[in-house]
Design a protein around this ligand. Structure first.
Ligand SMILES: [Cu+2]
Length: 184
């Protein structure tokens, strides 16, 4: 009986979260790409229908305790990924988390992301609320588009995230200086 009650409680939880998120924030077009067996990146479009700017300051994931906001910066002609404190979704505007730009990095994955897997993310937008997002792993997305080929090269940088664990990519670690010590 206890099990049943617990299951019912857990099942009701996402609904209540969704209800609270009846905010001005809408997320569309969310998907995840596997970068390597240990990391992936999530992309989406976040719309803010409110009159106040919203700040996306943190992301939680069911897959890892290490979901981080990243962006790409050009350094000496080389695109690198670096953590960012927040992504602003302007009032009555949108912010795109996209390849080659801002994204959610899923690091230290225990299980490699498989095509079609559904990933649950929780966006923390501070005063603008907490928004649950479901995103499917879609590694085929955008293949063959010129812009995405540039983005694809950037994903070489994602491999550097594996370096957090195995120290296999020291050159890319510079981008993550001050990012906190790897936990694994
Ligand atoms: Cu990244």
């Amino acid at each position: 009986m206890k099990t049943l009650i617990l299951a019912a409680t857990l099942a009701a939880l996402p609904l209540s979260v969704l209800a609270q998120a009846g905010s001005d924030i809408t997320v569309t077009d969310a998907y995840v790409r596997s970068a390597n067996p240990r990391s992936g990146a999530a992309f989406m479009t976040i719309a803010n229908a409110g009159a106040q700017d919203c700040q996306l300051t943190a992301v939680a994931s069911d897959l890892t305790g290490r979901a981080e906001l990243h962006t790409h910066v050009e350094e000496n002609g080389v695109m690198k990924m670096t953590p960012v404190q927040a992504v602003t979704i302007p009032a009555n505007g949108t912010a795109a988390l996209e390849r080659g730009g801002d994204h959610v990095m899923l690091m230290a994955l225990e299980t490699p992301l498989q095509q079609g897997d559904e990933v649950t993310l929780t966006l923390d937008l501070g005063d603008c609320g907490t928004v649950p997002v479901k995103a499917a792993v879609d590694n085929e997305r955008g293949k063959g588009e010129a812009m995405d080929h540039a983005g694809h090269d950037d994903h070489a940088g994602h491999d550097a995230h594996a370096g957090h664990g195995d120290h296999g990519a020291p050159a890319s670690h510079d981008a993550h200086a001050g990012h906190g010590a790897p936990t694994n």
